[in-house]
Write a protein that binds this ligand. Structure first.
Ligand SMILES: NC(=O)c1ccc[n+]([C@@H]2O[C@H](COP(=O)([O-])OP(=O)(O)OC[C@H]3O[C@@H](n4cnc5c(N)ncnc54)[C@H](OP(=O)(O)O)[C@@H]3O)[C@@H](O)[C@H]2O)c1
Length: 314
């Protein structure tokens, strides 16, 4: 006789393409002492999810199969571990699920207490689910790493993407002069979000059109990152979240360059919730899909052409 409570989940049993998800009934996970069990209302999809699924990241983040992916979530606290005192059952929270244990593509997910915050009051639950990875990463890069100051010139590559959209708004709120690169179809979108200058990267090399940026925030990697070094002012900083930087090239230009993975925490999420509540940060949603369409949601993310976040209704 089965006594353990079950939940619906999109499960993978191996690395592979977006067809490998299986809709299954599995046991609800149990939180460890510093963890929270969250009843997930909405998850959102990040490119990292398909990179994990495909096995591109298995050398440094191996998954224990079967695995439930999904980092971003918004939902209510179901139970808390013995040492997790910050939230109580029923609290509406948002933040990062621990996909190495049990991610947010399921009815329940495990999150470290320190990676959750109370959800913003003036945002919908789906908007809250769109924030943690994108806005958390943008906040960490701009303020914790690059220490952005008012009046500085900031270049954001991939400015129409999930992270880029947040970075434009956060940098603009902080008094920066913001320049974004994007394809033709998204020039208006990034202007509407607050970019002072929108550069069409399909219309020639963007790096010839930006000079002396204090901060370059690269969300694209590859050739875009290779070209970005020369747009940074001497003494400035280049931060990429999408490709490894080359210290010898940075040295040649007299700049600092860093590749970063930014695991945001509750404190950052609380600041983001305040910005959303005060109307200074908004979320653009491209599509909402049910959990059963997670394969289609991953296909859209992998196309790199989503115009905003992809939300999963659990
Ligand atoms: N290290 C970390 O901690 C961290 C955290 C979050 C994300 N990331 C990584 O950062 C990257 C961006 O994430 P995201 O959530 O913003 O992705 P996203 O929402 O999928 O956005 C990607 C954007 O890239 C642009 N793009 C596509 N092809 C391009 C090209 N050839 N040249 C220039 N731009 C191109 C697209 O805009 P256009 O259609 O306008 O070109 C698109 O809006 C991903 O690789 C992700 O894995 C890393």
């Amino acid at each position: 006789m089965e006594s353990k409570k079950k939940m619906r989940a999109a499960v993978i049993h191996e690395y592979g393409g977006n067809g490998i998800f299986k809709n299954e009934e599995i046991a609800v996970p149990e939180p460890a002492s510093d963890e929270v069990l969250v009843k997930v209302h909405y998850a959102s999809v990040n490119p990292m999810d398909y990179k994990l699924r495909a096995g591109y990241m298995k050398a440094f983040i191996p998954l224990k199969m079967p695995a439930v992916l999904g980092i971003d979530l918004c939902g209510t606290v179901e139970t808390t571990g013995s040492a997790a005192k910050k939230f109580k059952t029923g609290d509406l929270v948002f933040g990062r699920a621990d996909f190495t244990k049990s991610g947010s593509y399921a009815e329940f997910a495990i999150a470290k207490e320190g990676q959750l915050a109370h959800a913003p009051k003036n945002a919908s639950e789906k908007e809250a689910a769109a924030l943690p990875v994108t806005a958390g990463t943008a906040f960490g890069v701009l303020f914790d790493v690059a220490e952005l100051k008012p009046g500085q010139k900031v270049l954001i590559t991939g400015a129409s993407g999930g992270v880029g959209q947040m970075a434009i708004q956060l940098a603009k709120n902080a008094g920066a002069h913001v320049i974004g690169t994007t394809s033709t179809a998204n020039l208006k979108l990034i202007k509407d979000l607050g970019a002072d200058e929108a550069i069409d990267y399909t219309d020639g090399d963007f790096s010839g059109r930006v000079k002396d940026a204090d901060i370059v925030f690269d969300t694209v990697g590859g050739d875009t990152l290779d070209k970005a070094y020369k747009t940074v002012k001497k003494g400035g900083i280049l931060v990429s979240i999408a490709g490894q930087v080359d210290d010898s090239i940075a040295k040649k230009y007299g700049i600092r360059a860093k590749y970063l993975s930014v695991p945001s925490d509750s404190q950052t999420f609380e600041k983001l919730a305040k910005l959303v509540d005060s109307g200074k940060l908004r979320v653009i949603i491209d599509k909402e899909m049910p959990l059963e369409m997670i394969a289609e949601a991953h296909a859209l993310s992998e196309s790199r052409k989503a115009k905003g976040k992809i939300i999963i209704k659990i």
